[in-house]
Design a binder for this molecule. Structure first.
Ligand code: IMP
Ligand code: MG
Length: 180
């Protein structure tokens, strides 16, 4: 385990199993539909790539950047969308994927924006859900893991750009953010 990690919350095996389950569920529910996965960079990249490979129906991939954090561990409250979808999503079934739903501001903002592009439907997929932190009643349609209100890193989740490639999801030692 990395020395900056306090404890592992979800291990590699648990992640694999859950991604597989979600992939199978989505494949059933979206059978016969034209699906486009929209992955929020950079955090959701690891999860979205694995999830799309766990799906047995055709899935297109698109990417957007929505950032609310800067380098701190709490949201700045405003969400900036820095790259809009290039593909035409009109008539397609959108699966909007993020690494974690926290306050809910990111999903709310991006979903609103995508709605204006006339997709057939939009559903949200969050790898992790910190339910207690919600500020706006936003809920993810599909959730990998519901987790307690602790700052986590790994499997795409970062702190100031670091720890994304850890193969597990772990709680970051508070002493790490006290250093900066
Ligand atoms: P929301 O807009 O508050 O729902 O926040 C979503 C974004 O906050 C995610 O895309 C993450 O980048 C970031 N975030 C929230 N909690 C954590 C965490 O525990 N670790 C790493 N990033 C987090
Ligand atoms: Mg993020």
């Amino acid at each position: 385990m990395h020395e900056d990690i306090k404890n592992i919350l979800i291990n590699e095996e648990q992640i694999k199993k859950r991604v597989q389950e979600l992939g199978e569920q989505l494949s059933k529910e979206y059978e016969g539909k034209k699906v486009i996965m929209i992955c929020l960079l950079k955090g959701a990249a690891y999860f979205a790539c694995d999830l799309s490979r766990a799906m047995t129906i055709p899935v297109r991939m698109e990417f957007m950047v929505a950032s609310s954090y800067g380098d701190s561990t709490t949201t700045s409250g405003s969400v900036a969308v820095r790259l809009d979808v290039k593909d035409d999503i009109a008539g397609l079934h959108v699966l909007l994927v993020d690494d974690i739903i926290d306050t809910g501001l990111t999903f709310a903002r991006v979903k609103n924006l995508l709605q204006t592009k006339n997709p057939a439907s939009i559903k949200t997929v969050a790898m992790c859900d910190k339910e207690e932190r919600r500020m706006n009643g936003m809920e993810a349609d599909y959730v990998g893991f519901t987790i307690p209100d602790e700052f986590v890193v790994g499997y795409g989740l970062d702190y100031a750009g670091d720890y994304r490639n850890l193969p597990y999801i772990g709680v970051l030692k508070p002493s790490v953010y006290a250093r900066t």
